[in-house]
Design a protein around this ligand. Structure first.
Ligand code: CDT
Length: 310
């Protein structure tokens, strides 16, 4: 048995005026509870430190920069790193990263129990648009503020297992899970900020959107025989509702824990990494069953190419 006791730390809404110090205090309160529950790994959402700022259209780069972190840890997050070290708990969380050479990414990191950053991922699949779109009921400007990630889908060894990260919209893309599955991943953690309503289709509400969210994480887990931990930032931020429904999914694709609220809420579950072995050695033994000679279209073509008309 290789048990990692995971605490999925869903966060309720973070308002625009809420400072990072306040948010970090909430993260530490969740970590206190995780430690009391004997968790050794806590997973926080995408862009944990602030409101989901890509919903705001900004033209002034100085204003945009206020949402980004240019070093990690920094003054605001140092107390979180200190507390994690004190408890001996590992963590993942997301933040907006500005690099020293002036690049902007939607990033998540995995910090081990000694405070070392052992995993880093920059979001590859940026949803939304880059210019103000008057036809949407609200904006989703990730393509304006971030560049697509440049690190691929790395996995890393920690907590006696093989771990990987992805972020929000990435969870909808099977290539993400498979890229990590091909490196033997045993647990994927991800955070999300997902609006409860489709800005381009008002009839698509929270039930269907949560169904899609669960569907993709459960299939990604099953098809790669890996644990998946998906953690929401939820609730109403500045009149914009986002659904909760954080989940821990086992390597059979079953949900073993699910959040009930749209507030700060902790889900704790003992996840045995050895539960990934059976699927990896049988139906999803990639070395025996994959037929890569038939998959070339997946990496050589981006959009749809229709068959010719007769
Ligand atoms: N943050 C994020 O990636 N959210 C997207 C919503 C996209 S709607 C333009 C998601 O896939 O949940």
């Amino acid at each position: 048995m290789r048990v990692v006791t995971v605490a999925a730390a869903q966060m309720g809404p973070i308002q625009k005026a809420e400072g990072r110090q306040q948010v970090v205090a909430r993260m530490i309160a969740l970590m206190d509870d995780a430690s009391k529950a004997d968790a050794n790994f806590i997973v926080y959402p995408e862009l944990t430190l602030t409101t989901f700022f890509p919903r705001y259209y900004m033209e002034d780069q100085a204003e945009v920069d206020t949402w980004f972190e240019s070093e990690m840890p920094n003054a605001a997050t140092a107390p979180l790193f200190d507390k994690a070290k004190e408890y001996g708990i590992a963590m993942t969380f997301g933040y907006a990263e500005q690099t020293l050479d002036g690049h902007y990414f939607n990033t998540s990191i995995h910090v081990d129990k000694t405070g070392n950053i052992v995993g880093k991922y920059r979001k590859v699949h940026l949803p939304g648009h880059s210019e103000f779109d008057p036809d949407r009921t609200f904006q989703h400007l990730e393509k304006r503020y971030f560049e697509p990630g440049n690190l691929g889908f790395p996995v890393y060894r920690t907590l006696d297992g093989i771990f990987g990260l992805c972020i929000c919209n990435d969870r909808r893309w099977p290539e993400v899970y498979r890229s990590m599955g091909l490196q033997g991943v045993e647990m994927i953690t991800l955070g999300y900020n997902t609006p409860s309503v489709n800005s381009q289709k008002g009839t698509e509400g929270p039930e269907k959107r949560m169904f899609h969210s669960d569907l993709v994480m459960q299939s990604g887990a099953y098809q790669n025989s890996t644990w998946v931990v998906g953690v929401a930032k939820a609730g109403i931020e500045d009149d914009h509702p986002m659904f909760g429904g954080s989940v821990i999914v086992n390597p059979d694709g079953e949900i073993v824990a699910k959040a009930k609220s749209e507030e700060d809420e902790l889900l704790v579950h003992p996840c045995d990494l050895d539960d990934t072995v059976f699927g990896k050695q049988t139906i999803f033994d990639f070395a025996r069953h994959r037929r890569v000679e038939h998959y070339t279209r997946i990496t050589s073509q981006t959009g749809v190419q229709l068959p010719p008309n007769d």
